[in-house]
Design a binder for this molecule. Sequence first.
Ligand code: G1P
Length: 288
Amino acid sequence: MAQVIEKAVFPLGGLGTRFLPATKAVPKEMLPVVDKPLIQYAVEEAQASGIKEFIFVTSPGKDAIKCHFDRAEMLEDTLNQKGKSAELASINGFPAPENITYAVQSEPLGLGHAVWCARDEVGDEPFAVILADDLVVAETPCLKQLIGVYDEVGGNVVAVMDVPKAQTDRYGILEIGADDGRIAEVKGLVEKPKPADAPSTLSIIGRYVLQPDIFEFLARAERGAGGEIQLTDAMAQLIGRAPFHGLRFEGRRFDCGDKAGFLEANVAIALARPDLHDAVVRIIAEVK
Ligand code: G1P
């Protein structure tokens, strides 16, 4: 039986330059979609997928993330006294502080480097990686779907979706082997290829289940696309050592690393909320 996935790494050390000036003092992952920061959606997805240990890879100056997940006793007492139980519930489901560890990425050298910074906390066991700016709304949490596949076939599993050919240069792209329409065998991986060079349009979305030998390759990693140490390049070297699959997950993914995608997430999630639905419909009609 495959080893249980209990740890998840959350790379949070990026500069968030696409969202400046909002991200000058506030980490990108703290930007709220409706009323919840992106990182909290990611953590809730991990919790609902069975993750027990949460490893936050942050850069210096990202204190807001730690503050968000620390206990806030005064706030809790006040909400308690005022009988604000819904508000209290909204800050109460967090992982216990002792189950969150922080690894520091002192330089923004890329996603591969961020994951490598978590090597001591992960140790020698398979683990998950969640990119909080890919927000996935799904009946079964996206990571749980991945872990389901991992439980069946083991090895490495990444979440994938088809993107328009013109957008392959934004993603890690799969070269695929056997494919049953849901699960595709990964034969090769390329980070951000030009459309003309892309082996397919099946692209990686920010959810991974990885074997710990990825750290061997990350340790030796050279800079790849964009001058950064790429997770995709290290993953490519895992191919052939253990099964490696892409799962076309069920659910809707919002690219919250992009302004339009972030706004789309806000509108879609607000529309799905009974307390906001009517107001959002009215606002959209009026704005148009
Ligand atoms: C990262 C990964 C890329 C993946 C993408 C998903 O890119 O490097 O392989 O497809 O996340 O969102 P980034 O968006 O950080 O440029």
